[in-house]
Design a protein around this ligand. Structure first.
Ligand code: ARG
Length: 445
């Protein structure tokens, strides 16, 4: 059954090709599609397009379908194109003519726009929670090891003293900026496209403000042509924010792989967090971090993938947009897996508290010595030369008692300030408003 069936059969090959992976993808949208329908019909009744009694019957049936979707038993049957068709078919099968009234004033084009936004809101929330958990682990480790020095590198050459406190804290702060981007994407996502219909609105007297409130959106995409232009744009912007988180994680993963190498030896992973080799009996490999690195590098291709799929499309709906779902929908779980496993690994990691005592790191204290002399009145350039010559002549002896006091340095990590940054950003995601709206919608009928 096609929603657009007018009595002529579609070629089976054409059907298979155009439906593609939509049945598989749309399962993830089912709950949201049903919720969107509940808001839509509540609005239809309010403007006189449905009787109160019809609304009650439809809401009750939709609630049943919602429960099926929540239990994971929702299926899109063979021959049914997508989730929108499936829900309408189920209503018509159960309710007959009343079911046929639900689609007044909307199109699958604004339905899928809406479903994707509701889905993305839920997934952004999971991402924010997973980022927050990792952030807390990083801050805790940073505080725990703030007094433990480790070598810092530039060009992968030993450079200056760093600390485990600095290293953990750096990735915590990086996540605060990533969430800032995600919040911008969230705001783009959290506006209601419903009522834009096929992309040009409707001659029915729709109340779009009402559906906006019912679904807990911050506002609406006013212009109906723009609402449709948001397909692909919302996904691309969210993908950019996710890719920023992924970039933080892949850099962290590379550091972690390097630091566990025997040639560095800064970290040790407990045995149960490593994997072995089929031939080398001694191996304890950091495969988890290698996979996090690769998965997160792959995620950084997503904005480009979406850009290219939707590239050069004029305004208005095109079937091209359907393909974005295949790359966009799975990304959240992929990234969240990486965030969760990274948090677990970093909690378990054993650091080498004596790494700085190794003689090969003595020269990283050269700048400390130069600065000490400059503070004593020798011009910086002269002090630099003196120490340089002492190093060349093998006469340099480091003083490892260092005092860094400025903001964000070894001796003054500003972790409390970084935690405050995180707190402030988290407040900008108003998940409770959505919870309240969605709960109220489900309690209707
Ligand atoms: N599966 C379609 C998509 O994801 C749903 C919208 C279909 N609209 C249409 N005009 N063919 O884009």
């Amino acid at each position: 059954m096609k929603l657009w069936d007018k009595g002529q059969a579609t070629n089976a090959e054409i059907e298979k090709f155009t439906v593609g992976r939509d049945r598989e993808m749309d399962i993830f949208l089912a709950k949201h599609d049903i919720l969107g329908s509940m808001a839509h019909i509540t609005m239809l009744e309010s403007v006189g397009l449905l009787e109160k009694s019809e609304l009650q019957i439809l809401l009750r049936e939709l609630k049943k379908i919602y429960a099926i979707a929540e239990s994971g038993k929702f299926v899109i049957e063979e021959g049914v194109e997508d989730v929108h068709s499936q829900v309408e078919a189920m209503l018509i099968q159960e309710l007959g003519d009343i079911g046929k009234k639900i689609h007044s004033g909307r199109s699958r084009n604004d339905q899928v726009l809406l479903d994707l936004k509701l889905f993305t809101r839920e997934k952004i929330r999971e991402t924010v929670e997973a980022v927050h958990t990792l952030f807390n682990v990083l801050i805790r480790q940073s505080e725990k090891y703030k007094a433990v020095l480790m070598p810092g590198y530039t060009h992968l050459q030993i450079a200056m003293p760093s600390s485990f406190g600095l290293w953990f804290g750096a990735y915590a702060e990086s996540l605060t900026d990533d969430l800032r981007l995600l919040n911008a994407a969230w705001q783009i996502c959290n506006r209601n496209p419903l009522g834009s219909a096929a992309g040009y609105g409707s001659s029915f007297p729709l109340n779009r403000t009402l559906t906006t409130e019912l679904l807990g959106f911050d506002g609406l995409n006013y212009n109906v042509v723009y609402a449709q232009m948001g397909r692909g744009k919302m996904e691309r912007n969210v993908a950019f924010a996710l890719s920023s988180i992924a970039a933080t994680l892949s850099k962290l993963a590379f550091d972690a792989c390097m630091f566990t190498s025997q040639n560095f030896g800064f970290f040790k992973l407990p045995d149960e967090c490593t994997t072995g080799s089929s031939i080398m009996p001694h191996k304890k490999n950091p495969d988890v971090f290698e996979l996090v690195r690769a998965k997160c590098n792959k995620i950084q291709a997503l904005p480009q993938q979406i850009t290219l799929i939707a590239n050069n499309l004029p305004s208005g709906y095109f079937r091209d947009l359907q393909i974005i779902k295949e790359v966009f929908i799975p990304v959240f779980d992929e990234l969240n897996d990486c965030l969760q496993i990274a948090a677990y690994m970093l909690k378990e990691v054993k650091i080498n508290e004596h790494i700085i005592e190794d003689r090969k790191y003595e020269l990283i204290f050269s700048v400390e010595e130069v600065n000490k002399r400059a503070l004593a009145g020798i011009p910086f350039r002269d002090a630099y030369k003196q120490v340089g010559i002492e190093i060349e002549e093998g006469k340099f002896t480091p003083d490892k008692n260092i005092a860094h006091t400025h903001e964000g340095s070894i001796g003054n990590l500003c972790n409390a300030e970084i935690e405050k940054l995180m707190e402030d950003i988290l407040k900008q995601f108003d998940f409770s408003k959505i919870d309240k709206a969605e709960k109220a919608l489900l309690q209707q009928g």
